[in-house]
Design a protein around this ligand. Sequence first.
Ligand code: CP
Length: 333
Amino acid sequence: MTKRDLISPTDLNRDELENLLALAGRIKAKGTAPLLAGRTLGLLFFDPSLRTRVSFDVAITQLGGHCIQIDADREIYDLEPQEQVVMDGPAEEHVKDAARTLSRYVDVLGVRHLSKTGDWERDGQDLLLRSYAKHATVPVINLESTQHHPCQAFADMMTMQENLIRTQGRKLTLAWSNHPEPKSLGATHSVALTAATMGMDITLAYPLGFELDPEVMEDARRQAEQAGGTVRVINDLAEAADGCDVLYARSWGSHRYWGDPEREAMVKRSLQSWRVDRSIMARTNNAIFMHPLPVRRNVVATDNVLDGERSVIYDQAENRVHVQKALLVQLLK
Ligand code: CP
């Protein structure tokens, strides 16, 4: 049987996504039997995490299985993802050997790796993650990469369904927000693709220079068209908020300044008004407010929005557990 990996949200078609979300809903409502007793999940974190690492550990433990977490940046060897190279640089081990070895120990493998060489062409390929997926003989789950964060997007879609009843044709504004650091595009790309698959009307709001990856945009437009939704871009936060049902804030880095964080920080000094406050929320259709966390309070969004009655940020975090239980059951059944 061929193994399934989850690298991008579009690795699941709409039917598969709807089945996953339905199973996650049943698990949330009724709990689960220990369906994965004796199974082991390995998690490799090359970057920090609170929600992803804890929610996956909780998910597999409550399913009767076991989790091994590795701080991959500190605890394992430097890895080489390129094929057929002479390994006389700093890398001590090839991903092929690490992935094949780990596949003998664990039943499913999660990898978080945000590539930061400063070269967008290279970082945007998610080389290390894709090399793990290529060489592991067990399923590989993307725990957030430079390009994608599918588990976050699926939990977010579950949260939208809980609040909107139906998502088809509802208006999602995915709004860039200010942040002192250049953040990955993973969550933004994956939320846009997932919402497109579910037929939502998506408004992407960002200042010039903070465009999404062109291939992801093309894919999102194609998915939306197939599902009866739309994708548009507006370079003004207030205008983009008008009449939306969901306001999702998230910062992401610019391809234009990818290798030059100081220049990006300088550009962002004039973009501090890209922050969600009550006046922005007042323009929406009584929208729910979403953010994947961690969040810089009063930079990305004000306290009264984050703590307001339309904020669902902790439901998003909780739903990671339910969606990931459903995912693990489906990948390992
Ligand atoms: N949203 C999210 O993935 O959180 P962590 O970075 O804490 O895992």
